[in-house]
Design a protein around this ligand. Structure first.
Ligand code: AHR
Length: 306
């Protein structure tokens, strides 16, 4: 299983809140910023954080959670790699009276009593914002528009919802066609290799929709290597708005970015404290986020922290 940063045992009775957190991995710039936010907010809130990196594997997250139960932490939080397959381990946490908070990604458990709260973005709305921008770009124009899609990790909430939201938003215009859609696992290297295969198999690509900046940035390398101009020959839409993505947007290599904020640490610590104190918390805590055009990226970049 993924390595834990803290070896000490248990929540204990020292009055300090102990939070066990199982992170997805380190697949993207977004994830790195999310990990930093969680570590910094825990330190600032005086919370003892037991941080575990699951290296993209659900089985590692399940064993992380079991480890937190054995250590009797006060609260467990995790960002589920995929949506399904959590009921058994969440039930174990519930039976051990350890509250669970979901951050960033949802689970598909129908029994919502298995967790206290879910803090994070609405990925479907993110997909819709991407699709709405594209629909507007091609409003009133004729001719087929061939779109290729780089999906996130198969079975993950952001991949499922960003795909659905985007498809919903473009469906009114039959010219907008998704020619190919394949996973790039939210990773830059995979974005590049999958884009290479798209470029070989789709004769005319007009648009790339990548479920995160990193895959879009990998794809840009493939597009340039194929002698095409990203942002002009192929319009590019991504999600996240991390610094590297915003830099490419400001340079005109990406055309539009839908923001997904990784700064969930403070809300998580606040919610963990309330849960520990037995206070009521919101079942769904939604992250606020916007969208960026190249001009907006230029203005925002100097302030961008991640
Ligand atoms: O769950 C959030 C997604 O996971 C981010 O958009 C992506 O970059 C990350 O890997």
């Amino acid at each position: 299983c993924g390595g834990s940063d803290s070896g000490s045992e248990g929540g204990g009775d020292d009055g300090k809140l102990t939070l066990g957190f199982s992170q997805v991995g380190a697949e993207s710039g977004w994830r790195t910023a999310n990990t930093e936010s969680i570590k910094a907010s825990a330190a600032a809130a005086g919370i003892e954080l037991k941080f575990s990196d699951a290296q993209g594997k659900q089985e590692n997250q399940i064993s992380d959670i079991r480890g937190f139960i054995t250590q009797k932490v006060d609260v467990i939080a995790f960002s589920p790699v995929v949506t399904s397959g959590w009921d058994a381990v969440l039930k174990e946490a519930k039976d051990a009276d350890i509250p669970v908070i979901l951050t960033d990604r949802a689970v598909d458990s129908t029994d919502t009593s298995l967790y206290e709260s879910f803090i994070g973005s609405d990925f479907k709305v993110e997909g819709q914002k991407a699709g709405e921008w594209l629909a507007k770009e091609y409003e009133g124009k004729t001719g087929d528009v061939n779109i290729v899609e780089l999906q996130g990790t198969t079975g993950s909430a952001p991949a499922i919802d960003r795909q659905t939201g985007f498809a919903d938003a473009i469906k009114a215009n039959p010219n907008l066609k998704i020619a190919k859609s394949q996973t790039g696992d939210f990773k830059r290297a995979d974005g590049k290799t999958v884009m290479e295969t798209f470029l070989q198999s789709v004769p005319k690509i007009d648009v790339l929709y990548a479920h995160n900046d990193d895959m879009g940035l990998g794809a840009i390398e493939a597009i340039e290597a194929a002698g095409k101009v990203p942002g002009k020959d192929i319009k590019i839409i991504t999600v996240d708005a991390v610094k590297d993505g915003m830099t490419a947007l400001a340079a005109g290599k990406i055309n539009f970015i839908v923001e997904c904020s990784p700064l969930l640490g403070d809300q998580l610590m606040e919610t963990a404290k309330k849960v520990k104190a037995g206070e009521a918390v919101e079942k769904r805590i939604l992250t606020k986020e916007g969208t960026f055009t190249p001009e907006q990226a230029k203005a925002e970049l100097p302030n961008r922290k991640y």
